[in-house]
Design a protein around this ligand. Structure first.
Ligand code: UTP
Length: 304
């Protein structure tokens, strides 16, 4: 029986502990922290909806029930908004939800790593290709929707694909870096390997993996082995590299921006960047940011 090519499902691993943004994540899932006026996870779900995803599979864990509540109707709130004539707010609430019956939850019982979180969704994914979106990364495509393009590549070729973006060479130690199989100049680059956090001098390219994947269900053959990798965690990258040895695997170059909300500075930067993109906030924000910068610079001078 041939494997289906259509990518209908997306997995959202949201079971991590978010230790880099403590204490914010002590009682609140990291994925529910806000960027402007939406929780981080909402950006990824909207991106998946825009890419044509039909089924949304969340891998949650202990203390993550706020995520389930967020993707449910809030009947009492909706009634109150209706009574007060707040129709614009009501529309925002309703439009932010994936259709009823399209959202599924499973639990990762311990945060053993991203690879293990994806493995936990195996029963929901079955024998179909699927997308994985790491909500920490907010992706702003300059043209269309990168995930949609990655899905189109999978549906055309049947090869798995992961998103990469160019980073300064001195930053390669922060990322999984692509080793291209040949020419690396096009938008789709054939992958040979991913090297975890290499020294700038050893990095095989400056293309860093970011949190979007479209994967063949064969990835589960390798995730089933539950081999611990870097940091003692079961890594998705390790299973991807094993898959690359058996099947073609592509990296898709992002034409756009990526904001990593997984640490404190990244979360603040994402808030500023997403607010500056908003017509309703930019005019208020620009002078405030300029004033803050000026006073910070003066402060620096005082300390010097
Ligand atoms: P991160 O490594 O950025 O998340 O994983 P984390 O472990 O929560 O963060 P820190 O390092 O402690 O601050 C990226 C995504 O994968 C999920 C996280 O919830 C996050 O959305 N994840 C990670 C899991 O679902 N399970 C895991 O075991 C690890």
């Amino acid at each position: 029986m041939s494997m289906p090519r259509k990518v209908r499902k997306a997995v959202f691993p949201v079971a991590g502990m978010g230790t880099r943004v403590l204490p914010a994540t002590k009682a609140m899932p990291k994925e529910m922290l806000t960027v402007v006026d939406k929780p981080i996870i909402q950006y990824a779900v909207e991106e998946a909806m825009a890419a044509g995803i039909e089924e949304f599979i969340f891998v949650t864990g202990h203390g993550k029930s706020a995520i389930e509540n967020h993707f449910d109707r809030a009947a009492e709130l909706e009634r109150a908004l209706e009574e007060r004539g707040k129709m614009a707010e009501l529309k925002i609430l309703r439009e932010s939800l994936p259709p009823e019956g399209s959202v599924f939850y499973t639990r990762q019982r311990a945060p053993l790593g991203l690879g293990h979180a994806v493995w936990c969704a195996k029963g929901f994914v079955g024998n179909e290709p699927f997308a994985v979106l790491l909500p920490d990364d907010i992706i702003v495509s300059h043209k269309g929707n990168a995930l949609k393009d990655m899905i189109a590549l999978y549906e055309e070729t049947g090869t798995s694909v992961t998103l990469v973006t160019d980073v300064p060479r001195e930053h390669t130690r922060r990322y999984g870096i692509l080793e291209p199989a040949g020419d690396a100049t096009g938008q789709a680059v054939k992958a040979k390997n991913f090297v975890e956090k290499p020294d700038p001098k050893d990095a095989p390219s400056t293309l860093a993996n970011v949190g979007r994947y479209v994967l063949s269900p064969r990835i589960f053959d390798f995730l089933d082995e539950k081999k611990a990798g870097a940091g003692g965690e079961i890594q998705l990258t390790d299973a991807m590299v094993e898959l690359m040895h058996e099947e073609d695997f592509y990296a898709w170059r992002l034409h756009g921006e990526r904001f990593d909300c997984g640490d404190k500075a990244g979360l603040v930067i994402a808030n500023m960047a997403m607010a500056l993109r908003r017509d309703d906030l930019r005019t208020q924000l620009m002078p405030a940011l300029e004033a803050l910068l000026e006073s910070a610079q003066k402060g620096e001078k005082k300390c010097a």
